[in-house]
Write a new protein. Structure first.
Ligand code: 5RP
Length: 222
């Protein structure tokens, strides 16, 4: 937890007065959001778009002024967590099920920072099951299509019931194994009706902040 905390807290140093922020989701983003709350309490002029309902709830508790995604044209800085990332900053996200909103917010951002503990840094992505958001309508057929393409989908459950995203959809976790062929996977998934979004985040991030036992490391995009 300490690694996540120092990474999350370091990221707020990149926030400037007047910015519109993207607020990520998950346990590392939690520490960042708490610090953003402190900046707001000190009088900094910040507004934010939340990437999940749980982030929205936390931001409201901390009195962080929120905007909906449709109220903004651009986001100045998006700070979010990650599930797995390689040295080219190709990442897998969606472990918490918020990939759709996280990707939409990241796409609008002029600058993206990902925060993490060092376990997230890998040589090749693919060990963490790749989350894809799928439409509930016809989901059994979507799962079959994923299986037919050898993507080993597992429908995500929570407390014994089908996990439902903030958008009312389901998640299929693809157990593909590493290394994954990013282009092939994206091409295959794009052709499966029922797949709404994929937890592969490619060419999106400008800087990562990694908490380690020796302190925090900031790594810029190559
Ligand atoms: C949610 C995500 C999160 O960003 C990711 O799961 C973060 O993980 P952690 O809780 O370890 O910071 O993609 O959909």
């Amino acid at each position: 937890m300490e690694q996540k905390k120092i990474a999350g807290e370091k990221a707020v140093e990149y926030i400037k007065d007047g910015m519109i922020l993207g607020l990520g989701s998950g346990s590392t983003a939690y520490y960042m959001i708490r610090k953003v709350g402190e900046l707001v309490a000190k009088g900094m002029n910040i507004k934010a778009v939340a990437t999940s309902k749980s982030t929205e709830k936390l931001a409201k508790e901390l009195n962080i002024p929120l905007l909906s995604i449709d109220e903004v044209e651009k986001i100045d800085l998006d700070i979010d967590g990650v599930d797995e990332i390689d040295s080219d900053f190709n990442a897998v996200k969606g472990g918490g099920g918020a990939l759709f909103r996280e990707k939409m917010v990241a796409n609008l951002a002029k600058e993206v920072i990902w925060i993490m503990d060092e376990s997230k840094l890998v040589d090749y992505i693919g060990e963490f099951p790749l989350p894809v958001e799928i439409l509930p309508y016809g989901y059994k057929h979507t799962l079959k299509a994923l299986r037919d393409n050898f993507l080993n989908p597992v429908l995500r459950l929570k407390d014994g019931k089908t996990f439902v995203t903030d958008n009312g959809n389901y998640i299929a976790d693809l157990h593909i194994g590493k290394p994954i062929n990013i282009n092939n996977i994206l091409k295959t998934l794009n052709n499966i009706t029922g797949v709404l979004e994929v937890g592969l985040f490619i060419n999106m991030c400008d800087r990562i902040i990694v908490g380690t036992d020796k302190g925090v490391k900031v790594i810029e995009k190559k």
